[in-house]
Design a protein around this ligand. Structure first.
Ligand SMILES: *[C@@H]1O[C@H](CO)[C@@H](O)[C@H](O)[C@H]1NC(C)=O
Ligand SMILES: *[C@@H]1O[C@H](CO)[C@@H](O)[C@H](O)[C@H]1NC(C)=O
Length: 137
């Protein structure tokens, strides 16, 4: 399971192998899987199917919201970009990537879904896409 876990937000910056951040986020991830009733097989299926938005069910989207809430980035349905930038740039591993982080968060913060879970999910997907755009250019 551990090897399959994608640390969604950090993954956007290739830093999910970093142990300190990884452990903290894995804990949040476990807690949120439990709270939203996402099963290991559902998460596994989503990850192995290439992380496509069309493959995500509502529970999975709510798991993203749960994770953002626990990191203080999402409150009452509103994404806090300031906090998200703070959280991400506070990690020592993110040193030197502050500009990338700000650009992607600011580029993704206005994503809106049909409900709060969908909004959190769209923002997450946007951050991941930002990474692939950057790598392909
Ligand atoms: C998760 O499952 C439990 C037990 O079936 C249920 O009581 C709870 O409401 C569910 N939570 C969500 C978020 O679906
Ligand atoms: C967003 O986060 C910042 C930094 O943690 C905090 O100062 C601010 O009050 C938050 N804004 C909202 C609307 O919660």
């Amino acid at each position: 399971m551990k090897a399959l876990i994608i640390l969604f937000i950090l993954a956007a910056f290739d830093s999910y192998t970093v142990s300190t951040a990884r452990e903290a986020i894995e804990q949040i991830e476990m807690l949120c899987m439990f709270e939203t009733n996402v099963t290991e097989s559902e998460l596994r299926k989503f990850l192995t199917n290439g992380i496509k938005a069309s493959e995500a069910n509502l529970k999975l989207k709510c798991m993203m919201k749960c994770m953002m809430e626990k990191q203080g980035m999402f409150n009452n349905g509103v994404y806090n970009a300031t906090r998200a930038i703070q959280e991400m740039t506070s990690l020592p591993e993110m040193k030197g990537r502050e500009d990338d982080i700000k650009k992607s968060v600011n580029g993704c913060k206005t994503e809106k879904g049909v409900n709060e879970c969908d909004t959190a999910f769209k923002i997450t997907m946007c951050l991941l896409e930002f990474k692939s755009r950057k790598h392909s250019s």
